[in-house]
Design a protein around this ligand. Structure first.
Ligand SMILES: [Zn+2]
Length: 143
């Protein structure tokens, strides 16, 4: 009898989540880009901050940020951790500093940076906004 809780497929999907790659918000973004016929590559290795999605031809670097981890200015981002608050606050502030440095470095070398926050993805017109951002027709994904 197979007592393994996960199938091999499921397990590797879980492992990918644990490692922070291929999380579902990122998959959703990729699905939208694909549907719009926008070519992209994953994991900008060698680029500042290692963007999640890179559109080299357009010189667009895209990050998908979790609101809590990256300290977004929204209810989820403002949520206070109940335990180890000092630890998390310090960690989130380091993440924010690193994010800001990455954006600065990318822009300095001619990249356009698109930051997608998880909470923005719940908006009905998110896909249209995302595409406009990537094409440089909108300044922000936010409403
Ligand atoms: Zn948010």
């Amino acid at each position: 009898m197979n007592t393994d809780v996960f199938s091999p497929e499921k397990r590797s999907a879980v492992m990918r989540c644990v490692k922070g790659r291929d999380t579902s918000p990122e998959l959703a973004v990729r699905r939208i880009l694909r549907a719009a016929g926008i070519g992209y590559r994953l994991g900008g290795i060698g680029l500042p901050g290692r963007p999640d999605v890179v559109m080299k031809g357009r010189k667009v670097a895209l990050f998908v940020h979790g609101c809590f981890w990256h300290g977004h200015d929204c209810p989820r981002g403002a949520r206070q951790p109940k335990t180890n608050a000092d630890y998390w606050i310090a960690k989130i502030s380091r993440n924010r500093a690193r994010d800001a440095a990455a954006v600065k470095a990318l822009e300095a070398s001619g990249w356009r940076v698109v930051v997608v926050w998880e909470c923005e993805m719940r908006k009905a017109d998110f896909a249209a906004r995302l595409i406009a951002m990537v094409l440089g027709q909108a300044a922000s994904v936010a409403a």
